[in-house]
Design a protein around this ligand. Structure first.
Ligand code: CP
Length: 317
């Protein structure tokens, strides 16, 4: 297996099967820091720089919490408007990264432009982690999702995934790439104007993913072991920020998971993952069903990032 030390985490396209499991094992071994709410010193000599050009609650704070739990240090920005990249100068990624690389040992970047973290990695002499780039990818979210499945179900091979939502979404790209490394079936359900592109389907075909597309969740939910959700009512991820409008629209039934649907048609053992934030596609009363696992994902997100940061910063080989 390749070493993680010094590696950029930009995409799950190039992740190998055993690398997923190794990262999960390392995350599990560090999880006690988060569970017992105490901090260690594994990364006491390391600093993480966050560069968030787009809003975030979970991704930025989970990375920061992971760093703090391992005794590391954190600096960076959560609002590019207050930097020279977001004001009159519109400073380039290249020039910005040439600064940031002297302020820490790893850069965690979210950007509204697809490929921006990869561009940063071209110029940075330290590892760059993609924390979500436009419609591109969101590798650390999907590593967290798969870590949650691995912990909750015990395996990934043999499962049927029902992926519901906007297939332009970066999580949908990362999970699809990741699942090509496992013996799984995937059913995609999305509005026609948000469906898998022909180009992306060709990539999945090349990578031998077994998948199909369906029109309505009610027709296929009985087959699902993992229900993987994203909103279909959501902002434009190619923009730095979008304010809420009064009428954001409602999710059609085809793309919603309700308590009633779960009770009538889902496997009793099916679990629901959602990267959050949610709209009306996942009503809050589903939280109280045995299917919900998205709050466990929040906890697992810290553990997974502890494991990933310890590996790429070379604290664990
Ligand atoms: N899941 C996720 O990416 O959430 P944030 O946008 O809050 O980081």
């Amino acid at each position: 297996m390749r070493s993680f030390k010094g590696r950029d985490i930009l995409s799950l396209k190039d992740f190998e099967r055993e690398e997923f499991f190794y990262m999960f094992e390392v995350a599990k071994s560090l999880e006690h820091y988060a569970r017992d709410r105490h901090n260690g010193d594994l990364l006491k000599d390391k600093t993480m720089v966050t560069a968030f050009y787009q809003p975030s609650t979970r991704t930025r704070l989970a990375h920061e919490a992971a760093m703090h739990r391992l005794g590391g240090h954190v600096t960076g920005f959560a609002d590019a408007k207050m930097t020279r990249a977001g004001d009159w100068y519109q400073e380039s990624i290249k020039d910005t990264v040439h600064m940031l690389e002297y302020y820490g040992d790893v850069i965690v970047m979210r950007h509204f432009q697809q490929g921006a973290p990869a561009e940063a990695a071209r110029w940075a002499s330290i590892p760059v982690v993609n924390a979500g780039d436009g419609w591109g990818e969101h590798p650390t979210q999907v590593l967290t999702d798969l870590y949650t499945i691995w912990k909750e179900i015990g395996h990934i091979d043999g499962l049927t995934f029902l992926c519901i939502g906007d297939m332009r979404m970066r999580t949908m790209h990362s999970i699809s790439y990741a699942l090509t490394q496992f013996d799984v079936e995937v059913i995609y359900v999305s509005p026609p104007d948000m469906s898998l592109t022909e180009e992306f389907k060709a990539e999945l075909d090349e990578r031998n993913l077994v998948y199909e597309e369906a029109e309505h969740v009610a027709d296929v939910i009985h087959r699902a072991d993992v229900i993987y959700m994203e909103p279909v009512v959501q902002p434009d991820y190619t923009k730095a920020r979008q304010e809420a409008t009064e009428d954001r629209g409602l999710t059609p039934d085809n793309y919603k998971i309700t308590r009633q649907l779960l009770a009538e048609k889902a496997k009793g053992s099916a679990i629901i993952l959602h990267s959050l934030p949610r709209m009306d596609e996942l009503p809050p009363d589903v939280d109280f069903t045995r299917h919900a696992r998205y709050w466990q994902e929040a906890f697992n997100g810290v553990a997974l990032r502890m494991g990933m940061l310890a590996l790429i910063l070379g604290a664990i080989d």
